[in-house]
Each structure stands twice: as C-alpha cells, then as structure tokens.
Design a protein around this ligand. Structure first.
Ligand code: 5GP
Length: 190
C-alpha cells in the first residue's frame, strides 16, 4: 500500500536493526484518515470472504481493526492483556510473549463475543515473530470459530512470524512488508 509505505519512510524512526517506531500515526498518535484507508484496503483484499468478526489485541491493533469493522459493518473484538474485575471468568485465554516489551502477557477474550458461528479476520499493527497472531489464533480455535486470515499493517518480513504462519496455510495480507532496517534505513519487499 503506497500511501502507508510513504508514511513509514517519512515518519518512521528506526530504533535498531529490528525495531521500527511509528508513534506519529499508529502506536501513540493515530492518523484517522490513513487508518480509514487501511481499513478499506483490508476490506478490499478480503472482499471474497464474509467476515462476521474482526479480532485484534489491545492497544495498537484497535484503530486499524475498527476501521475495517466500520467498512464491512462487522463488530470488532480486542483481546485484553490484563484481567479486569469486569472480565474475571467466562474467558478464552492464551499466553503471548511481547517482542518489544520482552514480557509474557496472558491475553483474554470473553466467551460472550466469539463463538463457533464466527468467521474471523485477525488484525494487528505489526507482525514480527508471530506471537501475537498465534495467541489470537489459539483464542479463535478455543471458540471453535473459523479464521479466514490475518491482516497486518506492517510486517517485518526479515523476522520469522510471517513465514511460519504461511507455512501453516494461514492467509496473511500485510500492507507494507519490510525487508530490512539495517543502517537506520527502511527497505521494503516489492
Ligand atoms: P510478534 O508477536 O509478531 O512477535 O510481534 C508483534 C507485536 O509486537 C505487535 O503487536 C506490535 O505491537 C509489537 N511489535 C513488534 N515489532 C514491532 C516494531 O518494530 N515496532 C513496533 N512499534 N511494534 C512492534
């Protein structure tokens, strides 16, 4: 997606050979017009499928997932990283190791919002080692839901998550796929 790639080149900051900071439009401040384009692009790429639910993880997956939900008219469910008093039981849970924070979180979704009748599209901001997506796949499987595929805003194709998931037969659509972040420079796969 050219608009997204231009934005990454203009505003992204390479923090190391493996971490890209995009706080100005995705991870802290949000560019709603770009998010709307992203939601429309996911909808286009999956226009051959009927999506009944968009599943993401808090917090940075929520903006792109919501824009997709708005475009296709489907509800958006986000997995929570902390158990709250109002979300105590009746849960599907999975363990997710965070690449950027180097900590493991238990993520949960209420059984009220995901069921075996659902056709789910998983959405997230980044795909690195695939831990977040694997956790969401685990939750969808516990619910008996059918997973259509995954929509990723920024894939770091030099890390292993995308390849591993595709080898398992999972459809992944990423809107920008980064080949390298070496020497402080962002390079994309074509
Ligand atoms: P994975 O679970 O695929 O290893 O990593 C994806 C998750 O880690 C995403 O939900 C995202 O929040 C975070 N993440 C991974 N790599 C990056 C990165 O380079 N930049 C930012 N901002 N977040 C990342």
């Amino acid at each position: 997606m050219e608009l997204l790639k231009e934005k990454i080149l203009k505003e992204g900051r390479v923090l190391s050979d493996s971490v890209l900071k995009v706080d100005s439009f995705l991870n802290h401040q949000i560019d709603p017009l770009l998010m709307k384009e992203i939601g429309d692009e996911f909808a286009n790429r999956y226009s051959d499928e009927v999506i009944t639910k968009v599943l993401t993880i808090e917090s940075s997956g929520i903006a792109p997932a919501t824009m997709l939900g708005l475009t296709i008219g489907a509800p958006v469910v986000f997995a929570r990283k902390r158990k709250s008093l109002t979300l105590a039981d009746n849960l599907y849970s999975a363990s997710v190791h965070s690449f950027t924070k180097n900590e493991t979180n238990e993520i949960s979704v209420s059984k009220d919002y995901l069921c075996e009748d659902d056709n789910v599209l998983i959405v997230d901001d980044f795909l690195a080692n695939g831990e977040a997506v694997k956790g969401l796949l685990d939750i969808a499987e516990q619910a008996g839901a059918h997973v259509i595929g995954v929509g990723i805003v920024i894939e770091k194709g030099f890390q292993q998550g995308g390849q591993q998931l595709r080898e398992q037969g999972i459809r992944i659509e990423s809107l920008a796929n980064i080949k390298s972040l070496t020497n402080g420079k962002v390079e994309f796969f074509d």
